[in-house]
Design a protein around this ligand. Structure first.
Ligand code: DQA
Length: 148
């Protein structure tokens, strides 16, 4: 089983980006923790980041056959991108949306997710642990689906 962790815009700046909100860990440190969790679960975890909406859309749209699921933090595109929502719906693999911060507890423009409705579910507010919880959730989802 292979899971893609896909990170959107500005998440490459974690560690120095608004640490009061996002913490001091870098994206590389968070992804290393998710890969360690993947090893414990017996799944392969790869991760990619892009600031480019079109690149994310293309990556999602062409992932079927290569990965079994996606854990995605669409970052700011969460709140704006119909194109990402459509790509998630079209790609044919289950996606779980994750956020470091609790988007419901922040500015009102962050309360709506355009993309979450296309996903199996959403996890928000647990810092880097959100990725690990998202991984656990999607692996559990796949294992239940495949034993039906
Ligand atoms: C975020 C929340 C978004 O509102 C914001 O634009 C981000 C990060 C999070 O992980 O908390 O870039 O997705």
């Amino acid at each position: 089983m292979k899971i893609l962790i896909l990170n959107g815009p500005n998440l490459d700046l974690l560690g120095k980006r608004e640490p009061d909100i996002y913490g001091h860990a870098t994206l590389a440190e968070m992804m290393a923790a998710v890969q360690a969790r993947g090893s414990k679960l017996g799944v392969d975890v790869i991760h990619e980041q892009s600031n480019d909406e079109g690149a994310l859309v293309t990556r999602i749209g062409h992932c079927a056959g290569e990965v079994d699921a996606i854990v995605i933090n669409p970052a700011a595109y969460t709140h704006t991108s119909v194109a990402l929502c459509d790509a998630i719906k079209a790609c044919g693999v289950p996606c779980v949306e994750v956020h470091l911060s609790n988007i419901q507890a922040r500015e009102s423009f962050r309360h709506e997710s355009v993309t979450a409705g296309a996903c199996v579910g959403q996890i928000s507010g647990f810092g880097g642990m959100s990725y690990e919880l998202g991984l656990e959730a999607v692996v559990d989802y796949l294992r239940r689906r495949d034993t039906k």
